[in-house]
Design a protein around this ligand. Structure first.
Ligand SMILES: CC(C)(COP(=O)(O)OP(=O)(O)OC[C@H]1O[C@@H](n2cnc3c(N)ncnc32)[C@H](O)[C@@H]1OP(=O)(O)O)[C@@H](O)C(=O)NCCC(=O)NCCS
Length: 182
């Protein structure tokens, strides 16, 4: 994973109808640990991580990097949305020079089924389109991950290809802020 690029970071907090997307803070640490320790969250992304290991490894202020948004509902973290450059060695590309920006999302199970992930991802994509106009964003998820697949479609991602990775079929899609002519 490489840096996002020449984008001023952090932006001012992004407000949506119900949420705020902001840089992480020390008070988010417990929610981070919940996210990564949750068996439900980990189902399609490599499984949960042991809580004691997380307690040791997670820094005091986790997730402080360009492209990493904490999603805040009424003052508490409910999930995260990330925009990172994709490793060139991984399968799935839409640019000849690789290094595509990849959208990721993880929410606490109690926040699922309310449209929060869709609201937060749409806001992050809107911010990104303003920062780097016309640059595509890609998304990769296990095709068995129904919720992530529905969310990708809702956000306007379209399928590029499917491939095997981590022992499962992956769906790889692309989104761009520029509407093709015609
Ligand atoms: C993937 C993930 C973020 C999707 O969360 P989600 O809550 O299902 O996604 P959305 O924000 O799109 O919410 C959609 C649901 O909210 C419902 N909803 C309720 N109120 C709503 C509102 N006001 N607006 C929009 N949708 C609303 C929709 O009907 C839909 O319900 P359904 O799933 O029963 O059809 C979540 O399952 C997750 O964190 N999974 C674990 C991590 C993971 O696998 N990440 C993907 C890695 S690639």
């Amino acid at each position: 994973m490489t840096e996002l690029g020449h984008i001023a970071w952090p932006p001012a907090p992004i407000r949506t109808g119900r949420l705020v997307l902001r840089e992480s803070e020390a008070r988010d640490r417990a929610a981070f640990i919940e996210l990564f320790a949750s068996p439900e969250v980990g189902t399609y992304i490599g499984g949960p991580r042991p809580r004691d290991e997380l307690e040791r490894a997670v820094p005091e202020v986790p997730g402080r990097r360009p492209g990493f948004f904490v999603v805040d509902l009424d003052g508490a973290m409910i999930g995260m949305v990330t925009l990172d450059r994709r490793d060139a060695e991984r399968p799935g590309h839409v640019r000849p020079d690789a290094g595509e920006v990849d959208l990721g999302y993880m929410f606490l199970p109690e926040a699922w089924g309310c449209g929060y992930a869709a609201e937060a991802c749409a806001a992050a994509l809107g911010w990104f389109a303003g920062a780097l106009p016309g640059e595509p964003v890609v998304l990769c998820t296990q095709s068995a991950n129904d919720r992530a697949m529905r969310l990708a479609a809702k956000l306007g991602f379209t399928e590029v290809e499917r491939f095997e990775e981590y022992g499962a079929e992956q769906w790889f899609g692309v989104w761009t802020s520029v509407t093709p002519p015609g």
